[in-house]
Design a protein around this ligand. Sequence first.
Ligand SMILES: O=C(O)CCC(=O)C(=O)O
Ligand SMILES: [Fe+2]
Length: 309
Amino acid sequence: MNSLVRKKQGFLVKIAEYCQKNYNCLKRDFRLFMMRKLARIETIRNLITALSKSNKNYQKLGQDNYSIFPDLNVDEAAAALRKDGYYIGLKLPQDIVQELREFAHSSTCYGDRNPEYSFNYAQKEQVEAKVGKKFMLGSYMDSTDTCPAFQKLKNDPGLLAIAARYLGTEPNCVENELCWSFPVSATLFEQLKAAQVFHYDIDDYRSIKFFFYLTDVDASGGPHVCIRGTHKNKKLLHQVIGQRCASIDDQKLIDCYGAEKVTTILGEAGSGFVGDTFCFHKGTLPIDNERLLLQLEFAIYEYEGVRYC
Ligand SMILES: O=C(O)CCC(=O)C(=O)O
Ligand SMILES: [Fe+2]
């Protein structure tokens, strides 16, 4: 088959996949479908955020109630989020880190988020041998909600205060994931599926994610990387194509926004940071050590099936 025909076929497959994805999304939740189309354009996103239910009382939410982050500076975090799209400098108490790690070691985890590949952390290699492949990821899917340490974090007045201040209203915890990244060899396509190439997430008109490392993460331990400031003033093309920006070569995005904006976040177990999901970011493939990461996402609105389409 000549290469032109192959290219044409590849293009048609992509179009078909795109239409199917849109149709699935439309079927699940019309509001989600519309948001995914509109929120990618910054002016529309800002307009809808400004018009959406502002709750000034909630924005003033402080840390009067007990927060597990005693030295949290909510104003500083919100200001950094507004300017850079990221705030780095959260620290989880060691007992919470320990509890989450114990949960990870004693609960069922799913290889590459596939419900058919369930295993307990200690049996990972046996399961990999049985299914004949190494897992890139090990996710605890919805079971994280049953972990008391996670519940403490999800309801922490300090984290809620940052979310409320940045979102301008009462925050909804819309997604969470406790997930291992394992050092394996992977294709670019597999890395794209595992959020290990630069991308941004359109999960609402405004949304933020808290990330906490539960293992020590050095340069070879799969650190999270962001391109600071790209939650605003993205190139028009990058707004229009939305989440398909993930298909753009990482280096092209770095050249476009500036290497000086790229921040690789290293830290010991317990280190945390928070980012606007519209900022370009990625995880990286661990080279030596596996990484355990907890993500908690807050948004203005909730949608049916935001994780699946
Ligand atoms: O693994 C990471 O550090 C980033 C994950 C991420 O960006 C995502 O799940 O959307
Ligand atoms: Fe992401």
